[in-house]
Design a binder for this molecule. Structure first.
Ligand code: SF4
Length: 213
C-alpha cells in the first residue's frame, strides 16, 4: 500500500540490483527527462519529459528498501529536473538505512547558486555521493569508474563513501548484461566503444545509462 501524496516521478527504468552503477549493490533509477542535452549523450531517448512511467516517490522507496541493495543510484535523464520528488524518495530510503548516489549534468556550484530552487538543496541534502557535470564527448574518462568525461567530479557530501576517494582511479568500469526469458537483452554500465560494439553484434540493448563512452 502506498501513502504517496507527492507528484509522481517520471521513471524511464529501474534496475533493482546492479553492481555497475556505483559502490556495491545498488537500486538504480533512470529519470525520464533531461533539460541539459549534452552533445554525444548516449541516452537521448531519456530527454523527453513526457515519457517514462509515473511512479510515486514513496512507492519507489518501498521497492528500493525491499531490494537488498546497500544504496540507490539516481541517474538519467536528469534527476534534478524532478528534484522535489527525488528528494522525497532519497530522504525515505536514507531513513531506511540506504545510501544515495546522484548523477547530474549540472555543476554543484550551480545547484547551490542563488537561482537554485529549494528542491535542489533538498536533494543535495539527501545525497551521499554526487557526480556532477555534463558529459563532454571530447574529454572521455577511462581512468575512473561510473563517469563518462574528465570534467565530471565526485563530491562526497557525507562521509558514507569517503573511503573510496583515494581508491577511485583503481576501480574498473564494468558492464552488466541481462537476458530475459523472452530473449530481450539489456545492458547498463560503462564500456569502451569497441568492446560494446563486439558485444552488441548479435543483440539489441533495451536500456542503459550512456551504455558506452
Ligand atoms: S549525458 Fe546525462 S545530463 Fe547529459 S544530456 Fe544525457 S542524460 Fe542529460
Amino acid at each position: 500500500m502506498t501513502t504517496d501524496s507527492a507528484l509522481p516521478l517520471r521513471i524511464a527504468a529501474i534496475s533493482p540490483l546492479t553492481e555497475v552503477e556505483g559502490p556495491g549493490k545498488r537500486f538504480a533509477v533512470w529519470a525520464q527527462g533531461c533539460s541539459i542535452r549534452c552533445d554525444g549523450c548516449f541516452n537521448p531517448h531519456l530527454w523527453g519529459a513526457a515519457g517514462g512511467r509515473p511512479t510515486g516517490p514513496d512507492e519507489l522507496a518501498q521497492q528500493a528498501l525491499a531490494s537488498g541493495a546497500e544504496g540507490v543510484t539516481l541517474l538519467g535523464g536528469e534527476p534534478f529536473d524532478q528534484a522535489d520528488g527525488f528528494a522525497t524518495f532519497a530522504r525515505t530510503v536514507r531513513d531506511g538505512g540506504l545510501s544515495v548516489m546522484t548523477f547530474t549534468g549540472h555543476y554543484l556550484e550551480d545547484l547551490r547558486g542563488p537561482d537554485a530552487p529549494p528542491s535542489f538543496a533538498a536533494l543535495l541534502a539527501a545525497t551521499d555521493l554526487l557526480v556532477d557535470g555534463p558529459y563532454l564527448a571530447d574529454q572521455l574518462d577511462h581512468a575512473r569508474p561510473w563517469v563518462g568525461s574528465r570534467n565530471q567530479r565526485f563530491h562526497f557530501l557525507t562521509d558514507r563513501y569517503l573511503h573510496l576517494r583515494s581508491r577511485l582511479p583503481g576501480l574498473a568500469d564494468r558492464l552488466e548484461v541481462r537476458v530475459s526469458p523472452t530473449g530481450e537483452v539489456s545492458i547498463n554500465g560503462w564500456a569502451d566503444v569497441a568492446a560494446l560494439d563486439e558485444l552488441l553484434q548479435d543483440s539489441t540493448p533495451a536500456v542503459g545509462r550512456g551504455s558506452v563512452r
